[in-house]
Structures are given as C-alpha cells and as structure tokens.
Write a protein of this length. Structure first.
Length: 69
C-alpha cells in the first residue's frame, strides 16, 4: 500500500513537534516560521495553518524582536 505523502512544512503551518528533552520527548505545538528544518520530519506533524492575519502579526513581532537584538 503506498504511503500518504507528508504535508509540506511551509511558513505559517501549525504543527506538533516531539522535542527531545533530558528525560524523553516533549510533544508541543509550534508554528513554522522558516523552511529551514532542523528536526527530523518524522517528529513533526502538520495540524493546520494560521490565518493570514495571525501570520502577519507573527511576522511583525519577529521583525520587531530581531530589530531589538
């Protein structure tokens, strides 16, 4: 039986991620902000997408945070 293709990780995708921790993995929600992925694809599951308005707000706050640094 053919496997279902994994959804592409695109900016604004809402995902759950199994983050490695000291005592095991922590299953947490996250938002994709870049196409650069540093976690194994198998540990990331796409569960939705942000609205255009929410995504624009996140981008504005990231720009502001990076300008302060």
């Amino acid at each position: 039986m053919p496997r279902k293709p994994r959804p592409k990780l695109i900016p604004s995708a809402v995902v759950t991620v199994d983050f490695p921790g000291v005592t095991g993995y922590k299953h947490r929600p996250a938002v994709v902000v870049s196409t650069l992925v540093t976690l194994p694809q198998a540990s990331v599951r796409v569960i939705g997408r942000l609205s255009t308005r929410d995504w624009q707000e996140i981008q504005a706050r990231l720009r502001q945070a990076l300008a302060i640094s």
